[in-house]
Ligand binder design. Structure first.
Ligand code: 6GU
Length: 232
């Protein structure tokens, strides 16, 4: 997969892309990520990227010119044309099925805004989908783009050490994850549930399915669908 990120702050992505799973996925050539500085695509000497909203109101709006020019330059850098996503709190909210859908694309372009938002003609003219990462407001799309990149890249074949990690976890089965334990068996008087030490895989499987279901009902009744047994 190829991901192009258009931003006014490319430096924000450096540490993120150079550590952990993103570094590994890039080294293994599972994903190729390119950063584009929108300010390089301005045509005035002040490198202006935003202006006051028509009709008045607070804040500044991202101008169409630099974003179109940057998006066209990025699109022309490779084939096929990218699926374009504008990061804004007005967008469709990212969830695990949408992350899976995006992970199936050969190419994504993530366009990050600052200020009060994008001129509407960017969304219309670039045929970009608007994407949000949740119902709260960030200062810009950069942190949201990092969330999208991480959620998508870890789903690409070969990006995770253990392919089951992506299949058996929160949301994939419609529930939250079950509690996890590792050594030692007793820590500060808190014992690991006996069933997990039993070696009985069927009992472990049922216990996990019950705990996942119980947690989901209590914490996220909105997610609690019909499934009781995730068949691990
Ligand atoms: Cl994508 N951008 C901003 N600025 N705030 C957000 C968001 C995006 N998603 C949730 N809040």
């Amino acid at each position: 997969m190829r991901i192009d990120i258009l931003t006014l702050f490319p430096g924000m992505f450096r540490g993120f892309l150079d550590e952990s799973i993103l570094r590994l996925a890039r080294e293994r050539q599972i994903v190729e990520i390119h950063l584009w500085d929108i300010r390089d695509y301005t045509d005035d000497k002040h490198r202006k990227v935003d202006d006051r909203p028509y009709g008045g109101g607070p804040g500044m709006v991202m101008m169409p010119g630099p974003v179109f020019a940057a998006a066209e330059a990025a699109d022309a850098a490779a084939e096929p044309p990218a699926r374009k996503l504008l990061l804004t709190p007005q967008g469709r909210v990212l969830n695990q099925p949408l992350a899976r859908e995006l992970a199936a694309e050969p190419r994504l372009m993530l366009i990050c805004g600052r200020y009060e938002g994008f001129d509407e003609r960017i969304h219309v003219g670039l045929q970009a989908d608007e994407l949000s990462i949740g119902d709260y407001v960030l200062a810009g799309g950069e942190a949201a783009a990092m969330v999208v990149v991480e959620a998508v890249v870890r789903l690409l074949p070969g990006a995770l050490g253990d392919p089951d990690s992506a299949a058996f976890e929160s949301f994939e089965g419609g529930t939250l994850d079950h509690p996890q334990y590792t050594r030692p068996p007793v820590y500060r008087d808190m014992a690991v549930p006996e069933v997990l030490l039993s070696g009985n895989h069927e009992r472990v499987r049922l216990w996990r399915a019950e705990r996942a279901r119980e947690r989901t009902l209590r914490r996220r009744p909105d997610l609690a669908a019909v499934k009781v047994d995730r068949g691990q």
